[in-house]
Design a protein around this ligand. Structure first.
Ligand SMILES: [Zn+2]
Length: 406
């Protein structure tokens, strides 16, 4: 028997081709059941069915923005069981969306999803084809073990975030506070370093995951935090010199539900950085949580020396970028470039995080876009690469800030 279940999310997707039975009264399984499911945090997939013992056909989930001018669709993350020693093909159709009112195509012939048997170590799937006319992306993988996780790119799940928070609470080098709650009541937390001593240390604010699914930026953030947790002399020097404040996950609801870009309320948080005019609705609560913290710093007579809002390009872009109003952070990009490649770009867009900082407080503010594939002709980024980027981002911030003081 074969069955197809349409589902929204959180369901067991499909229970596959049943056991074939041979004669003599003995049941012999010639085809083990293959199941695909997304009922775990950050799991996501559109309609999906098994059309042959070794072939699955479907699409990613589409997420329509509240104002209906955005349709984001690239993130998928599923668990497969019964896959041991089988080469399986996955065909994704309907892979087109809308970004700022324009047709948006994310998948390419160089898109390399990831697979893991333990959710710790991931490998890229490079056996892929992209049919640009049919807008069809197909990938194949020979599974060594029965249970595996497959995703668009490296995940940064709520579990990983919780583990980072636990480690922050366990080290004497950091403290954790709660800035607010998401629409669904999940904590929006801040990890602070270097706040134990002198009050006049320059404040560096870093946040990740305004946009769910942009996990490359989150993994850079994780690398930066793990460096600052460490007993390395360079980390200690940074903790003495600066007050680093890190908001690891601004959009936990979108992340939990496996949404591409938006919150679960289908809001793009990076359009919510404004002070409402009379009659205008308040910004999203996730933004308010961080915005109030920023406003309080300035109301108390303080200032923020640098604010970096970490995002990810999709796999399509194949570049890292540091975008700032009037390219004010180009000198920081020059320092980062001594460690890993990043392109400085002049960007100004109202109601984004960096522009709120720049326009309201004349802050040195920018957003970092980290590729979820690679940089130009480099090899595909790994988690170790992202963590290295995070460590050297912290060192680059220091080098840039020292230069600024001269
Ligand atoms: Zn983004």
């Amino acid at each position: 028997m074969s069955g197809v279940a349409d589902w929204r999310f959180g369901a067991l997707l499909w229970v596959g081709f049943g056991l074939a039975v041979t004669g003599g009264g003995l049941s012999v399984g010639v085809e083990a059941e293959v199941t695909v499911r997304t009922d775990f945090p950050c799991g996501s997939l559109g309609s999906f069915k098994q059309t042959a013992p070794d072939r699955f056909v479907g699409s990613t989930a589409h997420w329509i923005k509240q104002d209906r001018v955005g349709d984001q669709y690239y993130w998928f993350y599923f668990r497969i069981d019964g896959a041991a020693n089988r080469a399986l093909t996955f065909e994704l159709n309907h892979i087109e969306g809308v970004y700022r009112g324009n047709a948006h195509f994310v998948y390419t012939p160089r898109t390399h999803p990831v697979v893991s048997y333990d959710k710790q170590s991931w490998q890229r799937i490079t056996d892929v084809t992209y049919d640009a006319d049919a807008r069809r992306f197909t990938f194949r993988h020979a599974f060594r073990q029965g249970t595996a996780w497959v995703a668009y790119a490296h995940p940064f799940t709520l579990d990983q975030n919780a583990s980072l928070i636990r480690d922050a609470e366990a080290t004497p080098h950091a403290s954790v506070s709660e800035l607010g709650r998401s629409v669904e009541g999940r904590a929006i937390q801040m990890i602070s370093f270097g706040t134990d001593g002198a009050a006049d240390r320059p404040i560096v604010l870093i946040n990740a995951l305004q946009h769910s699914g942009e996990n490359g930026g989150a993994l850079v953030m994780e690398g930066l935090c793990r460096f600052l947790f460490s007993d390395e002399a360079e980390a200690e020097a940074l903790r003495q010199a600066y007050a680093f404040h890190v908001v690891p996950m601004m959009n936990p609801d979108g992340q939990f539900h496996g949404v591409s870009r938006y919150t679960w309320a289908m809001v793009d948080l990076n359009t919510q950085w404004y002070t409402p005019a009379p009659g205008e609705p308040e910004p999203a609560v996730e933004v308010l949580a961080v915005k109030r913290w920023i406003d309080a710093v300035y109301q108390d007579g303080g200032k923020i020396a640098l604010w970096l809002d970490l995002h990810s390009n999709t796999q399509r872009a194949e570049r890292n970028a540091l975008q700032s109003p009037d390219n004010i952070l180009k000198p920081l990009a020059d320092h980062i470039n001594q460690h890993w490649p990043i392109i400085p770009r002049d960007r100004n867009k109202t109601r984004s995080a960096r522009d709120y900082g720049y326009n309201t407080y004349q802050m040195m503010a920018g957003n970092v876009e980290i590729s979820q594939s690679r940089m130009g002709d480099s090899t595909d980024f790994t988690i170790a690469d992202y963590h290295r980027f995070g460590r050297t981002l912290a060192l680059s911030i220091d080098a840039w800030h020292r230069e600024l003081q001269h």
